[in-house]
Design a protein around this ligand. Structure first.
Ligand SMILES: [Zn+2]
Length: 339
C-alpha cells in the first residue's frame, strides 16, 4: 500500500514552536494517555496570534503555554482562540487561554453547547443509561466502571468560557496572516471545525482526518440510534476535493501530505469493518459478542469503552441501511443478525 508522506520537521518539544509554513507554527501539549500528545497550532498575523486548540487542563500544559508566550509571541497578543471540537484534550484550556488574553473563543455552535452541557455518563443512575448498556449486553458493574472513569476525567475538565463566537460551514475568516475557510467534519463529534487556507495550501484537520489512527466514530448513550458513520463518510467528500498537495495538520501524529490517499484509506478501514460485521452477524449476536470480533487485540478498559461505541456505530450503519435486523431478547439485550 502507498505510504503517506510526512513533514520533514521534527516534532516540537516542550515550549518549542516549529514553523511549518510562513506564519504557521506547530506546538505540542502533553496528554496523560496514548498518543501522549496533542498538536496545537499558532497563526501569526500583523496584530496578533491565533491559537488553534488548547490541550488538556493539566498544570504541565499551562506551563508550556506560558513558556511559549514568553519565548515566541514578541509583543503581539493572542487575539483569537479557535477550538476544533469539544473533546477535553482540545478545549480543556479554553478558559485559561481566553482569560489570559481576554480573547474570544471561536467554536461551532453544536460543539460549544455540547462542551457546556456535560456528559450523560455522569448520571449513572438514569434509566436511559442503564438501558443503553443493558441493550449492549453489558453487566451492571460495567456501567459503574464507566461512570467512575468519566468522573475522573471530569475532575480535570474546566468549564468552557461563558461566551463564544460562532463558526459555521463555508465561513471565510482571517486568522493570522491568511484567510481560512471553515469546513465541518461530522461523525467524530457533533460539528467539528476544520480550517482550510487556499493561500498557504494548508488544512488544519483536527481529529477529523488523522494520519495513523482512524478517528473514533462512536454511538453513545446520548443518542443510541444515531448513525455517525454515515455522517462521517459523507462529510469526508468535500475534503477529497481539496488539492492533492495540501499540507494536512492533524491533532495527533505528524503533519502529512497525500490527503486523498488518507481519505481513501479511512474509507477502506470502515468498509473493512462493516464487511467483518456482516460476516459476524450471520448468526445472531449481541453488541458485547460483536466487539471482540471487530477489535481482535487486547484492549484497556478505556479502549474497550471506545470500541463499544465504535462497534455500535458500525451496527447502526448497517441497521439504517436495512442490512442488519435487531430484536430484543427476554433479558432486554439487542441481538443483531443479517437479513
Ligand atoms: Zn476528538
Amino acid at each position: 500500500m502507498a505510504a503517506l508522506q510526512y513533514t520533514e520537521h521534527q516534532p516540537p518539544e516542550q515550549t518549542q514552536l516549529v514553523e511549518l509554513k510562513p506564519g504557521i507554527y506547530w506546538a505540542r501539549m502533553p496528554l496523560p494517555f496514548p498518543p501522549n500528545h496533542i498538536n496545537v497550532y499558532l497563526l501569526e498575523g500583523d496584530d496578533g496570534w491565533t491559537v488553534i486548540d488548547t490541550g488538556m487542563n493539566l498544570a504541565e500544559a499551562r506551563e508550556r503555554w506560558l513558556g511559549i508566550f514568553d519565548r515566541y509571541l514578541g509583543n503581539k497578543p493572542v487575539t483569537a482562540v479557535v477550538v476544533t471540537h469539544m473533546h477535553f484534550d482540545h478545549c480543556g484550556l479554553s478558559t485559561f487561554l481566553t482569560d489570559h488574553w481576554r480573547a474570544p473563543l471561536w467554536m461551532s455552535r453544536s460543539e460549544y453547547l455540547a462542551a457546556r452541557s456535560g456528559r450523560p455518563e455522569n448520571r449513572a443512575g438514569s434509566w436511559q443509561l442503564q438501558q443503553h448498556y443493558q441493550r449492549a449486553g453489558m453487566d451492571e458493574q460495567y456501567l459503574q466502571r464507566v461512570a467512575e472513569k468519566f468522573e475522573s476525567f471530569e475532575k480535570v475538565h474546566e468549564p468552557v468560557p461563558l461566551s463564544f463566537e460562532r463558526l459555521h460551514e463555508g465561513q471565510a475568516l482571517r486568522f493570522g496572516a491568511d484567510e481560512w475557510r471553515v469546513m465541518m467534519g461530522l461523525g467524530h463529534s457533533p460539528e467539528h471545525v476544520c480550517l482550510y487556507s487556499e493561500n498557504s495550501s494548508v488544512l488544519i484537520s483536527g481529529d477529523h482526518i488523522l494520519p495513523r489512527i482512524s478517528p473514533n466514530i462512536s454511538v453513545s448513550a446520548e443518542c443510541p440510534g444515531a448513525d455517525p458513520l454515515a455522517d462521517y463518510l459523507d462529510s469526508l467528500l468535500p475534503f477529497a476535493e481539496l488539492p492533492e498537495d495540501t499540507l494536512v495538520l492533524p491533532s495527533h501524529g505528524l503533519p502529512f501530505q497525500q490527503l486523498h490517499l488518507r481519505i481513501e484509506q479511512l474509507r477502506e478501514d470502515h468498509q473493512g469493518n462493516l464487511d467483518k460485521l456482516l460476516s459476524l452477524c450471520q448468526n445472531e449476536r449481541s453488541l458485547k459478542q460483536i466487539i471482540p470480533g471487530i477489535f481482535t487485540r487486547k484492549l484497556s478498559p478505556v479502549e474497550y469503552h471506545l470500541a463499544m461505541g465504535e462497534s455500535l456505530a458500525l451496527v447502526n450503519r448497517l441497521w439504517h441501511l436495512g442490512l442488519l435486523q435487531r430484536r430484543l431478547d427476554d433479558r432486554g439485550v439487542f441481538l443483531y443478525k443479517t437479513g
